[in-house]
Design a binder for this molecule. Structure first.
Ligand code: SAJ
Length: 422
């Protein structure tokens, strides 16, 4: 690795992946150009305000002199490496939506200079780097990938809210368009990652990321399916999982829940299934897992109906308190959160739904706002624990005179008559 390489890095897309990455390079002494299309994001960052919980304001403030946030791509040629971290969601037909990636690729192509290394981090289907990014960069610049500039794919492994593993301590996979591209990308990430693993192609790196996430999706679906079976069998799924998890080898714990949220796990199986169809291959197992996880909010609403029914109450006209609406504990992201579906279904049945989640100030589409815990709990006919943020004492919530539906197994004594579990 050339000493002092990279001296400067550009990160395109300053969200859950891009901002932690940009800050890590700045903390390593690298000059960082942070590019985001949102004026609000850029203005906030320039003022030292972080919109990503994993990057506290004080951490951002400490590197501001080396992190220049902008909406403009005109200074991209200054960067030794350009890292693309833009969202890759699904469109209305649940197919890959590469709009943001295409826009970023076109912008980079327009500013590309010889000697740069371009790395794609956004989760996508295998083949994207080779078939989409490289041709766009070559067409837009007249340069040749692997000769005039380097291109690689390196999947993000940013787990929002996780503190035991960091960007530095989590091995980083890199797949270069050529061997030289892989070596250049490895040198870029060696600045911020202790362990960089080079694989033989961008396709291997792209598919390895999907395997990581689909592995989780499939196993979450497995315990969710067993949760629905246990409900019929009158068994406690969490006791079953606890027992299975006592096996020290050959088993990895996953917990049933209200469904699978986030902007990755619910999306990635559809990227894989979509690409597999081009090879006359149906990823039935993967798609079935997605369907099961999508069933969970409906199953949870049925559980709520039965809990109210036991009190001789209909959903219509009942006050229902929802604790936690983000897609998982201690984050504020609501993308694909199952709580949104649960709230919408309960309201469609005529319930008066209120929610408590200090990580999520408002749900504009549902015309709801976060309310203090005591106000949400007051007079509630049913309290549903959907996302178990750490700040709530769930045993204190589950008093004998309060009917609670615990979808996350956070109430210690699940055998109390006032507590219903998944
Ligand atoms: N969930 C369960 N049961 C489980 C585990 C999770 O129901 O046993 C649910 C969660 O409540 C949540 C959803 O699944 O709704 C996904 O949560 P997750 O922690 O399994 O995964 P993510 O979506 O937080 O994964 C994140 C992603 N990164 C970003 O969002 C920036 C993903 O791309 C990363 O690969 C992943 O972290 C990681 O590397 O850990």
């Amino acid at each position: 690795m050339a000493p002092g390489f990279p001296a400067s890095v550009a990160v395109i897309g300053l969200g859950y992946v891009g901002l932690p990455l940009a800050v890590a390079f700045a903390e390593a002494g690298v000059s960082v150009l942070g590019v985001d299309r949102s004026e609000a994001v850029v203005a906030g960052l320039r003022a030292g305000r972080s919109h990503i919980e994993d990057v506290p304001a004080e951490r951002l403030g400490a590197v501001l002199e080396r992190l220049d946030a902008t909406t403009s791509t005109e200074r991209l040629p200054q960067a030794d490496a350009v890292l693309i971290c833009v969202p890759t969601p699904l469109n209305a037909n649940r197919e890959p939506d590469l709009t943001a990636l295409t826009a970023a690729s076109d912008a980079v192509a327009g500013q590309l200079r010889a000697g740069q290394t371009v790395v794609l981090e956004s989760t996508t289907y295998p083949g994207t780097t080779r078939e989409q990014l490289v041709p766009t960069l070559e067409r837009g610049s007249g340069l040749v990938a692997g000769t005039d500039f380097h291109v690689a794919y390196s999947p993000e492994r940013i787990d929002p809210g996780r503190t035991d593993f960091t960007l530095a301590t989590t091995p980083k996979t890199v797949g270069g368009y050529t061997d030289a591209c892989g070596a250049a990308a490895r040198d870029v990430y060696a600045t911020v990652c202790e362990d960089v693993r080079v694989v033989s192609s961008p396709d291997v790196a792209e598919l390895s990321k999907l395997l990581e996430n689909v592995f989780r999706s499939v196993n979450i679906a497995l315990v969710n399916e067993l949760a629905m079976l246990c409900d019929r069998m009158g068994l406690d799924i969490r006791e079953v999982v606890d027992a299975a998890a006592s096996k020290p080898y050959g088993f990895m714990r996953f917990d049933p829940g209200p469904g699978m949220g986030g902007h990755c796990l619910p999306v990635d199986p559809f990227y894989l299934a979509w690409r597999a169809r081009e090879f006359d291959f149906s990823t039935e197992f993967v798609e079935l897992a997605g369907k099961i996880n999508q069933q969970m909010p409906y199953h949870c609403v049925q559980r709520a109906e039965r809990a109210l029914n036991d009190q001789g109450k209909a959903v219509r006209g009942s006050r229902i308190a929802i604790l936690g609406v983000a897609y998982k504990r201690d984050v504020g992201d609501i993308r694909e959160s199952p709580a949104l579906k649960i709230v919408a279904l309960l309201r469609a049945l005529g319930a008066d739904v209120r929610y408590h989640d200090p990580h999520v100030e408002a749900l504009p589409e549902l015309e709801l706002r976060h309310e203090p815990l005591d106000r949400v709990l007051a007079d509630a006919d049913l309290t549903v624990i959907v996302t178990p943020h750490s700040h709530v004492d769930y045993d204190a919530v589950a008093t004998d005179d309060r009917i609670v539906l615990d979808l996350r197994g956070v109430v210690a004594d699940r055998r109390r008559p006032s507590v219903y579990s998944l």
